[in-house]
Design a protein around this ligand. Structure first.
Ligand SMILES: *[C@@H]1O[C@H](CO)[C@@H](O)[C@H](O)[C@H]1NC(C)=O
Ligand SMILES: *[C@@H]1O[C@H](CO)[C@@H](O)[C@H](O)[C@H]1NC(C)=O
Ligand SMILES: *[C@@H]1O[C@H](CO)[C@@H](O)[C@H](O)[C@H]1NC(C)=O
Ligand SMILES: *[C@@H]1O[C@H](CO)[C@@H](O)[C@H](O)[C@H]1NC(C)=O
Ligand SMILES: *[C@@H]1O[C@H](CO)[C@@H](O)[C@H](O)[C@H]1NC(C)=O
Ligand SMILES: *[C@@H]1O[C@H](CO)[C@@H](O)[C@H](O)[C@H]1NC(C)=O
Ligand SMILES: *[C@@H]1O[C@H](CO)[C@@H](O)[C@H](O)[C@H]1NC(C)=O
Length: 626
């Protein structure tokens, strides 16, 4: 969940631009040339076999062509009904798909492995481009790895149209971020704030946030915007997945979903239990509270945030200054956390001016540091850099911290001349705030939110921070408040049953529900609850003693082997199987290189290397330069 959505909060642009006839012809010609060149290039290679197979597969009705932005991947578009409840020939959605073809001979291939990167609102086509190949390597290249932009996301048309340009959406998000976080508004005794004054300031902050949420909801008003606003629920996305399977000539689904992708996977499995071939839900979110009680979803999502936050400081202290720039030789976890809070307090009293940075000049606020820390908790591979940023900031140099915290808005403000769009349709390059809202606010029951006053919301945020004892709860709460004013009512939703007792049907094959033991946004107890709901004939639970969001955040050879043998051999691990994370990943000492690898077999060492590699690309795709 979250992360990218909160910070980069991106948006789709205007309606798809039809290329002109002349341009289209030239494009078709060019495409033919590229296809031919591609075929010649690939036909003799090992990879080429899978590539040819994908393009020439007689069972598929999809036309695959080398993607215009990355010709080593294949792209396609698929038309599906806009409204499955009332399908009309003149009302369709054009799904944008991307795939990495299998690299083994046709006999050894196992079909298609679908994936979803999370969000809601994350772009599947972008995910496949950035880490699809690394993901394919975990399953030995035996699957075609495929994803797509879900309804209302990125290249899938029609665009939502809540904002008329990406620039508008990006500015809107930046305006929200520049409210700062409530803890900053609250002030502190050192600034002369009494408790009552703090609460009043916090409330005033919430009123502003609330006005932003109203503006967003109105901009996506289904009366003004396209009907797609009402046709973007996860239930419809699950139906799209079924259509994609049919278009591929596949009978059943193999799927590896992350974060929100676990809600999507659980929804698909609940709606179409017979179509489950292999499903791994990785970084499990509680689909029950997500669909029925959004406030509870927000609260429960923060259950292990504190644990992850403490993990950062204890691992930093343990590593010492050789691996963690924020540590001294005698640092303790408690001492480091105290310094972190002191730093925030100092910035609250006096923000740091930054004169030159990768995103230009500005001021560094404690909210910037909190946002950056929140993102760091997603993936321990960012921790050494986060520690360096903290150390520099503590020394009074906020340059890199500022640039990191503002990378999304900074990049968006500066026109990237290389970012032309070869797809000839609306493409999002920035904030997905409207996509996130369109999906999330469709899925959850609006009645549960409608009667909440701004006063109650303010109290909720306050309590969330206090109960979770996590400084990042403020950020999560902003997200949770998104749907309060949402006006559109989804055409179809799936809000349960989520347990066998309530009527959930047995799936064709058991699903793996996976969680780290310290995940900042999808806690272990959500995985336990969801797995228990599906029951032991439809589910199994795998845990990993590790930090961060999803298995890829903190790699484990043990987990990688379980996933590989599940996908390749259909081996279902026992309920409660627990893995350890690989040694040497948290704050690695620069001089202590791969000593533990020596004991591994060649095959295990290779899988471990691939998992670390995947972990790195996953982090880059989700968290950028952090
Ligand atoms: C599609 O056609 C129906 C009538 O058959 C019409 O009512 C509807 O407005 C059309 N939709 C669009 C998007 O043009
Ligand atoms: C939209 O898709 C394109 C192509 O996959 C990708 O380059 C771009 O980053 C995506 N936009 C977002 C906001 O993910
Ligand atoms: C704070 O507010 C409460 C309730 O509104 C009030 O009873 C109390 O007197 C106030 N305290 C101060 C110091 O103003
Ligand atoms: C930490 O201890 C090591 C070895 O005892 C020493 O070389 C180093 O200078 C110390 N570093 C700091 C920051 O005190
Ligand atoms: C602040 O840090 C940045 C990035 O590490 C560095 O380039 C810059 O020289 C530093 N500024 C000062 C005044 O030390
Ligand atoms: C599966 O769950 C049911 C109900 O909770 C229980 O009675 C049964 O023993 C379990 N079976 C296995 C194999 O664990
Ligand atoms: C799984 O482990 C938890 C404790 O980690 C325990 O409470 C639970 O009973 C176990 N479940 C099964 C089915 O073994």
């Amino acid at each position: 969940m979250g992360s990218k959505e909160i910070e980069k909060l991106p948006a789709p642009a205007a309606a798809p631009a039809e290329p002109t006839r002349g341009r289209r012809n030239r494009y078709a010609l060019l495409l033919g040339v590229v296809v031919l060149a591609g075929l010649r290039l690939f036909a003799w290679s090992r990879e080429g076999q899978g590539w040819m197979q994908a393009v020439l597969n007689p069972r598929t009705t999809l036309f695959w062509y080398p993607c215009p932005d990355d010709s080593t991947t294949l792209c396609s578009f698929l038309n599906v009904p806009l409204d499955y409840m009332d399908p009309r020939p003149n009302e369709t959605v054009s799904l944008a798909l991307r795939m990495i073809p299998a690299t083994v001979s046709p006999k050894e291939q196992l079909g298609y492995l679908f994936t979803n990167p999370g969000g809601p609102g994350g772009s599947g086509t972008a995910a496949v481009a950035s880490y699809g190949r690394k993901l394919a390597a975990i399953v030995e290249g035996r699957y075609n790895v495929l994803s797509w932009d879900p309804r209302s996301v990125n290249l899938t048309a029609p665009a939502l149209g809540c904002f008329s340009t990406d620039g508008d959406a990006n500015r809107f998000v930046r305006d929200i971020e520049h409210l700062g976080l409530p803890f900053e508004a609250r002030g502190s005794p050192s600034l002369g704030f009494s408790t009552n004054a703090s609460l009043a300031a916090e409330y005033a902050w919430t009123v502003k946030l609330d006005a932003f949420e109203q503006a967003l909801a109105s901009s996506c008003d289904p009366d003004a915007a396209h009907k797609i606003v009402r046709a973007s629920s996860t239930a419809f996305v699950a139906r799209d997945m079924k259509r994609i399977l049919e278009a591929l000539g596949e009978k059943k689904l193999s799927y590896w979903g992350f974060s929100y992708g676990t809600i999507l996977g659980a929804t698909f499995s609940a709606m179409f239990p017979d179509l489950v071939e292999r499903v791994i839900l990785d970084g499990v979110s509680d689909a029950d509270s997500y669909t029925n009680d959004f406030w509870e979803w927000g609260r429960s999502g923060m259950s292990d945030t504190r644990k992850t936050f403490e993990g950062f400081f204890s691992a930093c202290a343990k590593s010492g200054p050789a691996g963690c720039a924020f540590a001294a030789n005698d640092s303790t976890a408690e001492g480091l956390e105290e310094r972190y809070h002191d730093l925030l307090e100092k910035l609250r009293q006096e923000p740091l001016p930054v004169s030159h940075s990768d995103v230009g000049p500005g001021i560094l606020t404690p909210s910037d540091v909190e946002y950056t820390m929140f993102h760091a908790l997603y993936a321990p591979s960012t921790w050494p850099n986060m520690a360096r940023l903290l150390a520099e900031t503590e020394r009074g140099n906020g340059t890199s911290m500022y640039a990191t915290a503002n990378v999304a808005s900074g990049k968006l403000a500066r026109k990237d001349p290389a970012r032309h769009n070869p797809f000839h349709r609306a493409m999002s390059t920035g904030s997905s705030i409207a996509s996130t809202a369109a999906i999330m606010c469709s899925d959850t029951d609006p009645e549960a939110l409608r009667d909440t006053s701004t006063r109650t919301l303010s109290q909720y945020m306050h309590d969330l921070r206090k109960e979770s004892r996590s400084p990042t709860a403020d950020i999560w709460a902003i997200w949770i408040s998104t749907c309060r004013h949402w006006k559109a009512k989804a055409i179809e939703t799936y809000r349960g049953p989520w347990t066998v007792a309530d009527g959930l049907k047995k799936t064709n094959f058991p699903i793996i529900f996976f969680s780290q033991t310290a995940d900042p946004v999808t806690p272990l107890k959500a995985a336990e609850k969801m797995a228990a709901g599906f029951g032991n004939s439809s589910a199994t639970l795998v845990k990993q003693n590790g930090f961060g969001h999803c298995s890829l955040a903190h790699p484990s050879l043990c987990t990688a082997k379980i996933f590989r043998s599940y996908f390749l051999e259909g081996k279902v691990p026992a309920w409660n199987t627990t893995c350890d994370s690989d040694d040497g990943f948290l704050f690695p000492h620069p001089d202590a290189k791969v000593r533990e690898v020596e004991a591994l077999s060649v095959e295990d060492a290779e899988l471990r290397r691939r998992m670390w590699d995947l972990s790195r690309s996953f982090k880059e795709a989700r968290l950028g330069p952090l």
